[in-house]
Design a binder for this molecule. Structure first.
Ligand SMILES: *Cc1c(COP(=O)(O)O)cnc(C)c1O
Length: 361
């Protein structure tokens, strides 16, 4: 049996109780039992998303909804804010969906500057904006509140915000900040297995979708909305993950949202301390660093691949050796999900053990 501790930035460790919840027998997805399950999740989901809009469940990974959002919402042109692997990819996805799209590109690890966004949007060319809140490839968190302030000046631009790796780690008040589409996935901080995407859509975005042709079927927001009123999903959903979700939501509110945010912040700080104590640096500026993971700059020039491999083989711990073009130049350590001070202390002590072999003597 594979039994690694996962500290890669998703999927993360899944608790035994969550796995157990998934073993609840499946029911018909048009049965009253399913409607009960769906509707039991909804109030907690709305609380977690900080919205009065419906929260939808999509049987797909996050990218399904990311692509779907573009196809539901764009009549003119998409502006993609790009600052790392996930946000860069969105431009490619827009083009592959046959849409016109432009880049607002900054260097990987840098944040999107609200003023730059404002001048780009002032051209009036764009009707959809994509932004990754927490750029997982670089461990960088964009200043979302300030960015949403800029968007208030452009009511015709629908905002699509990927919060895949920040959702339930920091507070993201969807309605207060005026986010049109917010989306996340099950396998990051929610600490469930992969396969379920969660998203919420504003009234304004539904109005746009009604005017857009070629929305397709599987990710048609209007299909989600009409099924939602009956307590259902458009097609047969991944029912075991919805049982897991119902369980997870209860545990989140037992802990309390504020406590959950504080726990993530504290554990993230513990990892940062490890980084600085060893003479490493963060890839992003400290002010814009993620609270869910740490992207370490390999300024000590260690053999990252060897470090990661040894940690996996000798300690049964999995961290990430860097994404795409910054592989080997960085490495990433996740603290999201159900981690505790004990589990992070254990991780850091094991990394200490292994790192000593890789530092120059
Ligand atoms: C993990 C991740 C994704 C991709 O999610 P999938 O579930 O693989 O589709 C997208 N965006 C961000 C920021 C992520 O961290």
């Amino acid at each position: 049996m594979i039994d690694y501790k996962l500290h890669i930035p998703g999927p993360v460790n899944v608790s035994d109780q969550t796995y157990k919840a998934m073993c609840t027998p499946v029911m018909g997805h048009r049965s009253a039992d399913f409607v009960d399950l769906y509707q039991a999740c909804q109030p907690n989901l709305q609380k977690l998303f900080q919205t009065t809009d419906p929260v939808f469940l999509s049987t797909s990974s996050a990218w399904g909804v990311m692509e779907g959002a573009l196809r539901n919402l764009c009549n003119k042109k998409v502006l993609c804010c790009m600052c790392g692997a996930f946000s860069d990819k969105w431009l490619d996805v827009a083009h592959r969906s046959g849409l016109e799209a432009d880049a607002l590109q900054v260097e990987w690890g840098q944040h999107i500057e609200p003023e730059d966004l404002k001048s780009k949007l002032s051209s009036g060319e764009y009707d959809v904006l994509t932004l990754v809140h927490n750029e997982t490839s670089c461990g960088m968190m964009n200043p979302l509140a300030d960015i949403m302030d800029v968007l208030k000046e452009f009511p015709d631009v629908i905002s699509v915000i990927d919060t895949v790796s920040s959702f339930s780690v920091v507070s993201i008040p969807k309605d207060l900040w005026g986010i049109d589409v917010i989306l996340t996935g099950s396998q990051k901080a929610l600490a469930m297995p992969p396969g379920l995407a969660l998203f919420s859509v504003s009234e304004r975005a539904f109005k746009r979708a009604e005017e857009v042709k070629g929305r397709g079927y599987y990710f048609d927001f209007l299909e989600f909305r009409s099924n939602h009123t009956k307590g259902m999903t458009p097609s047969t959903p991944v029912i075991p993950l919805i049982h897991a979700l119902n369980h997870t939501l209860k545990t989140i509110f037992e802990e309390g949202l504020e406590n959950r945010f504080l726990r993530h912040e504290k554990l993230n700080q513990m990892v940062h301390n490890w980084v600085f104590n060893h003479g490493f640096e963060l890839l992003p500026q400290k002010e814009f660093s993620s609270k869910s993971l740490t992207c370490v700059r390999n300024n000590l020039d260690i053999d990252v691949a060897g470090f990661v491999k040894t940690l996996r083989e000798e300690k049964k711990i999995s961290i990430d050796g860097g994404y795409g073009k910054i592989k080997g130049k960085t490495f990433r350590i996740s603290n999201m999900g159900n981690e505790s001070e004990d589990s992070i202390n254990y991780l850091l002590s094991q990394m200490d053990d292994v790192l000593s072999k890789f530092l120059p003597s």
